[in-house]
Design a binder for this molecule. Sequence first.
Ligand code: SAH
Length: 469
Amino acid sequence: MKKNDTFEIEIEDVSVNGEGIGHFDGMTFFVKGAIPGDRALCGVTKLKKKYGFARVIEILEPSKDRVTPKCDMAGRCGGCQIMQMDYKAQLSMKEHLVREKLLRIGGFSREKIDQVMEPIVGMETPYHYRNKAQYPVGCDKDGNLIMGFYGPHSHRIVESDRCYLGTDVNEEIKEIIKSSGVSAYDEESHRGLLRHVLIRKGFFTGEVMVCFIVNAKDENAAVKGLCDRLIPPLSKVEGMKSICVNFNDKVGNVILGKKTICVWGQDYITDTIGEVAFHISAPSFFQVNPYQTKKLYDKALEYASLTGEETVWDLYCGIGTISLFLAQKAKRVYGVEVVPEAIENAKENAGLNGMENAEFFVGKAEEVLPEFYSKGTIHGEKILDGEEDLKCPDVIVVDPPRKGCDEACLNTMVSMKPERIVYVSCDPATLARDLKYLCENGYDLKEVTPVDQFAHSMHVESVVKLIRQ
Ligand code: SAH
């Protein structure tokens, strides 16, 4: 076989990147644009020894789950991977994915998995759910400013009139910027000014923020010119509360630079999750799907089974979202997070909600927790004074990034012997790995609920409850 050869294939499964998986001629093929149940005519795009990649030339027999994507750009834009799959089928596929990881990586039996798995929590409306958009800016071949999303695995900007994941205010803001005549950044020559535009919208407050990421070290005449052109029309957009500029003059893929200034309004917007309000600044991490986040945090709170008497640790706490959600029902909550600005936000948010029972510490969970457990200090500072029982909290909640928890963190968690551990995860594979460790070290897996935060993409979150045996 060689590149561009064509062949017919039945799609049996789906890869973590959303490609259809099938077999032909003793090889496994990853087929872009195909979904399980499709029979397709494909063309080879890349060959390795035992597997290859292919693209669909023609769907010969569509899967029963195949639908016409709402968005004309599906397949060309890298934002969605599986919009051609019926939403219900997406949900069962994600649930299946979590089960398979628990089985293959976690080493749990099928019977155990059947016992603990709850049905996936899907969205009521799987469109326009994102509260944040980050558009790369560039030029088309005639030199006009374009804004959109990158194509799959590329830096080619794909424009669409209306993205079905974001909010309509994004389109309004895009139009203002596109017709303003400001200078777009060119990645190849590293020239031009406007690199990216970040838009956030508070779903429950209606507040809007725009942040221009510019190719400049600091404020200069060009940045001032951009602000002069854009602030008047943008400040009139309904809900606009904050216009910021972030400076990034470095070559490369990192979007945000270190410095952000506010050029109109305030430097944050406010949004709420349930009863809790949060200040969100341009560089802060905030969950992108507010409706599903509420369901995710409610589940975490339910699994924590708080009565008001508990001491809780929230590791990987970001701006304190889960911590403050838990603080409503706990005696005290300690949050740990590696990004200092996020901890600043977390402290501010505790104040904003009048919560005095939450404390936040900057540092790596795998360093802060062991130090606290062995010495009662954090960064050498005494935290405990004759309160040794706090070394054994009632509940530990973790919400790590994709790579999961460090073993030093898991090890200390186990030593601290909390009655319950709640694990919030954005990666089923590392979740399964960490659950294996915890269950080999004194914990029993009680409940697993996948929550779909990202319709039309392959991502899936899960909330898990473990109790001490
Ligand atoms: N619980 C928060 C944030 C979850 S995202 C929320 O729901 O909004 C994961 C967070 O872990 C990020 O804020 C990231 O900065 C932080 N993080 C990454 N590695 C870490 C580490 N080793 N120790 C502590 N925090 C870490």
